[in-house]
Design a protein. Structure first.
Length: 209
């Protein structure tokens, strides 16, 4: 999270090569994290003009989402999906992001299709499993959602997955299991912090819930 330093390094890279899409991506990412949104979004546009593709379209989708333009964000992410390989993690990642945008606008069936397509191209992908778990939890299918969250956690033990598992269990009245899942979140946060991770925002959100 040394965003000022990453911004300076990206600017140095661009002085050496003004057409480096990778440097433009790092610069835009740094500006977003520093709260300089207008400059960041202009940088993402320049990146897309320099090198259209998954990395630039995904960043434009993120910028539009930050502005609350969910439908246009989904349109940009659809471009990212079309520019990605049909198989492998890159294409699956873009499909999951598209699914998340659809889920956040209440479109469960289209979200489910995106997650399923991600798993078809990249089997057992933990982010797609977690996405499907959110869909099933929203439909009230607690047992299916819990199983999917546990699969995602077995693959990659992220606090985000443990927190959503805990919320799903709590909503179903399974308080003892929910308490265990929340304790797992605490353990994961401490491990991340011991390795230099900055988790204050995530921890605050879980504690608030």
């Amino acid at each position: 999270h040394r965003f000022q330093e990453s911004r300076r390094l990206a600017q140095r890279a661009l002085r050496l090569n003004p057409y480096s899409a990778e440097a433009l991506g790092v610069l835009g990412d740094s500006l977003v994290e520093l709260g300089r949104y207008d400059a960041a979004f202009a940088t993402f546009d320049r990146m897309a003009e320099t090198k259209p593709g998954l990395p630039s379209y995904a960043r434009i989708a993120y910028a539009r989402e930050l502005k609350g333009r969910i439908s246009s964000a989904a349109a940009a992410m659809a471009l990212a999906v079309r520019s990605a390989p049909a198989t492998g993690e890159g294409g699956a990642w873009a499909l999951v992001e598209l699914g998340n945008l659809r889920f956040n606008s209440g479109r469960l069936r289209p979200a489910e299709r995106a997650y399923d397509e991600a798993l078809a191209g990249f089997p057992d992908y933990h982010r797609a499993q977690a996405g499907l778990a959110r869909v099933e939890a929203a439909r009230g299918h607690t047992d299916v959602a819990v199983a999917l969250y546990r699969d995602a956690l077995d693959a990659v033990p992220l606090p985000e997955y443990a927190g959503r598992l805990a919320e799903t269990l709590a909503a179903a009245g399974r308080d003892d299991e929910a308490r265990e899942a929340y304790e797992l979140v605490d353990v994961m946060q401490r491990l991340l912090e011991s390795n230099g991770g900055r988790t204050e925002l995530e921890t605050a959100l879980v504690d608030l819930d």
